[in-house]
Design a protein. Structure first.
Length: 739
């Protein structure tokens, strides 16, 4: 703890005393510049041994160690080759591994591949596959690149890397025929060359039995194809012009935030520098909300996750200045501290009309405690830590936190996923009459302690019964180097060893039942970024899961699940065009082109310095394929409730052509815990003939309820709390650029 305090003081002092002349932008105040200097100071002194993406620095240290080591150097040389690969020095890695392989075959001519040398062949094969990706998918990128099943445009023009990998995988499988991971990667390598996969199960997957209209990937043409490492995304109308913009991050220490403004013609302009956020670097996750109730959405950036002692990095609260710029107000807001984190969530915990913030920090076995924090909004731009008094100060490896009113009493509950431990579910027992804020952990009796290896989570009403359910995905640390093994095992119907996701059905008595298996969610998902939305406007929420395991052999598809009217889910990954095999992170759903359906933006990229890729924008073809399904778009503005209306509950009652009535429920949030969707609510209505009414329960002390009975199908509205009428928002739809 003393070291933590010392580092905090040191970083703050540096920020105050450093010469800022060279970087000062006259648009921004000293606090903003101090924040930039603070980040630069931390980056400059970062320890490569603790930071996963500082692979070039680690490779240099290994080179020096090998030079100064006498005797046998086999393990060190293999480690160096692996570090070269992570650092993007792929050809150096291949050359070193080929030399090691030659030496092995000279020493063991009769049995070169055995359990002791297998790692060399494994690593060499994946190095060749990575060289193929670099040459074909990065250097000669097309929108179809790395999306399984591979279309003609995605087939590698330069086949050398994949062909070399195929030779090695054939050798490995000849020696280890039950190596499912090598078998999966062999098949992927065959597919990239345009050949047929030897495995008939993968052939069937390629043909895709679950037909669904294809979403085309158009990020390159729309100019939102940022190339980076794993990161987060906020999709929101940041300048209140009625169009959804994009801010995304990449967690490399010097990777800038990127801000893309929607031009309303199918393209975006990147304005990060003029917005003042280009030097606000790093950030594995970002979330947004209007914390100061000025009508413009602000952004919170999270840093330091996974780094342990090396993750004593500050988060950043970026205030929207309402002129397409942001200012770092972390210090003056009281949110400046130094803990490893990548998860946080906004909610008005006491319904006073101001958003509060929970930040989930990571306490591990590094002998440093990093308590998670509940920060109460002081209504003046600052926050106060009330974690202890509120009963939510936990010391855990928090990977997700999310708010939702599970018992419909008007107060939000808090779920925290704990990696490699029991999860938390805090029941909100606050007394609003005395303003006493109190929570109690009910995870045991509620049945939500598991899964043990959990990561992203969210509350949603997946079956439209008016009660929030809970999704928690898995991220099994024990199997992070065997993701492809688990993928093929699942396809072949073999036993799965890794943690599966959980879908907790609300039992309407402050308890839940895990129905993941019965609803078809029994596929291993090593999920980091993920989010939900209604992609076919049928009134039931679907979700996209991004696979994020760091190992270079984790070449498995990100997955899309279609909600079948609340009964179960169908995997439409392949037919829908969603099977991106690069690492998936922040995900956001939103109607970017204002044509009445939700598109999907996904941040792609891995954990190591070289594991970069281009972000993806999947365009919804709904106008053509789902035109019989209606929709309603609502932007809510609170008055006695918080301005963002986070936590508001919406019930839309519709009538179909046969006169049958149906209720559709949603609540205002940014969706998943890793990826931040717009706060406007896009609500699919299925084959509705008309809207009977729309009920809104506002998250204020009175749980104010309003009913609107004159809303039209396929329209967007702005509803201000207390106003008598919903105001139409008229948009002109446009096509996202496709060339």
């Amino acid at each position: 703890m003393r070291l933590f305090v010392f580092l905090s003081i040191l970083c703050c002092c540096f920020a105050c005393s450093s010469d800022t002349t060279s970087n000062t932008n006259t648009k921004f105040d000293n606090e903003h510049q101090n924040a930039i200097n603070r980040l630069d100071s931390i980056i400059s002194s970062a320890n490569p041994d603790l930071i996963y993406c500082m692979n070039s620095e680690r490779a240099k240290k290994l080179e020096e160690k090998i030079q100064n080591t006498s005797g046998k150097k086999f393990k060190l040389r293999v480690r160096l080759a692996h570090e070269y690969l992570k650092a993007g020095k792929t050809q150096k890695a291949i050359q070193l591994l080929e030399n090691i392989k030659t030496a092995i075959e000279q020493q063991l001519p009769d049995n070169p591949i055995n359990k002791n040398t297998k790692q060399v062949y494994d690593l060499l094969a994946v190095a060749y596959m990575r060289s193929a990706e670099e040459e074909n998918c990065l250097k000669h990128h097309v929108p179809e690149s790395c999306i399984f099943p591979f279309e003609k445009a995605a087939i590698h023009g330069n086949k050398k890397g994949s062909q070399q990998a195929i030779k090695i995988y054939d050798q490995l499988l000849n020696k280890f025929p039950n190596d499912a991971q090598s078998e999966w990667l062999l098949n992927i390598a065959h597919l990239t060359t345009g050949g047929n996969p030897p495995n008939t199960i993968i052939q069937q997957a390629k043909q895709s039995l679950n037909a669904f209209p294809k979403f085309n990937e158009v990020a390159t043409y729309a100019n939102v194809h940022e190339r980076g490492l794993s990161g987060g995304v906020c999709m929101e109308d940041f300048n209140n012009d009625g169009l959804l913009d994009i801010i995304c991050s990449s967690y490399g220490l010097r990777d800038p935030l990127r801000f893309y403004i929607n031009n309303g013609d199918g393209s975006f302009d990147e304005i990060s520098k003029s917005a003042g956020i280009e030097q606000i670097t790093g950030g594995l996750n970002i979330i947004h909300a209007d914390y100061n109730n000025d009508g413009y959405e602000d952004v919170f950036v999270l840093r330091g996750a996974w780094f342990g002692q090396g993750g004593l990095h500050p988060n950043s609260l970026l205030k929207n200045n309402r002129d397409l710029t942001f200012s770092d107000v972390t210090e003056s807001s009281g949110l400046l501290d130094f803990h490893p984190s990548q998860t946080a969530s906004w909610a008005d915990i006491n319904n006073d009309g101001w958003l509060d913030l929970f930040i989930g920090n990571e306490t591990s076995d590094d002998n440093f405690e990093h308590p998670s924090k509940l920060m109460l909004n002081n209504k003046d731009g600052s926050f106060t830590n009330i974690s202890k008094s509120a009963g939510v100060e936990v010391f855990t490896y928090a990977k997700s936190c999310t708010w939702g009113d599970i018992n419909n009493d008007g107060l939000p509950e808090l779920f925290i996923s704990n990696l490699n431990g029991e999860n938390y579910l805090f029941l909100n027992q606050s007394d609003l009459s005395t303003n006493k804020i109190k929570f109690r952990n009910i995870a045991l009796q509620a049945g939500t302690l598991q899964p043990k290896f959990s990561f992203p989570s969210w509350f949603w009403d997946y079956n439209n019964d008016g009660w929030l359910d809970l999704f928690v995905s898995g991220y099994d640390l024990r199997k992070l180097k065997l993701v492809a093994f688990e993928e093929l095992s699942a396809l072949e119907g073999k036993a799965i060893q890794s943690t599966l996701p959980a879908l907790f059905l609300n039992q309407k008595n402050v308890s839940f039942k895990n129905v993941a298996e019965s609803t078809g969610l029994n596929h291993p998902l090593f999920t980091m970024g993920s989010n939900y939305g209604d992609i076919n406007n049928d009134g039931f929420q679907d979700f996209y899961a991004g696979t994020g395991a760091p190992d270079f052999r984790s070449i498995v598809p990100n997955r899309m699940y279609l909600n079948n009217e609340g009964s179960d889910f169908t995997d439409i990954t392949y037919s829908g065009g969603f099977g991106h095999i690069q690492k998936g992170h922040g995900v956001a759903f939103g109607d970017i082109d204002r044509d009445g359906d939700q598109d999907i933006y996904a941040v792609m990229g891995g954990a190591f310095e070289a594991d970069v890729f281009f972000n993806a924008l999947f365009q919804n073809p709904g106008e053509e394929h789902f035109k019989d399904h209606k929709w309603l778009n609502l932007k809510l503005s609170g008055t006695t409730a918080n301005r963002s209306a986070i936590g508001a509950r919406i019930k839309v009652t519709v009538e179909d052509k046969n006169g049958a009535k149906r209720a559709i429920y949603t609540h205002v949030s940014t969706g998943g815990s890793f990826g931040s969707s717009p706060l406007e609510q896009h609500i699919g209505l299925g084959a509705a003939k008309r809207i009977l009414n729309c009920e809104i329960i506002w998250p204020d002390k009175a749980n104010s309820t309003e009913l609107f009975d004159s809303l039209e199908l396929n329209q967007s509205y702005h509803i201000k709390q207390g106003a008598k009428e919903a105001v139409k928002r008229s948009y002109t739809s446009f096509s996202l650029k496709t060339k």
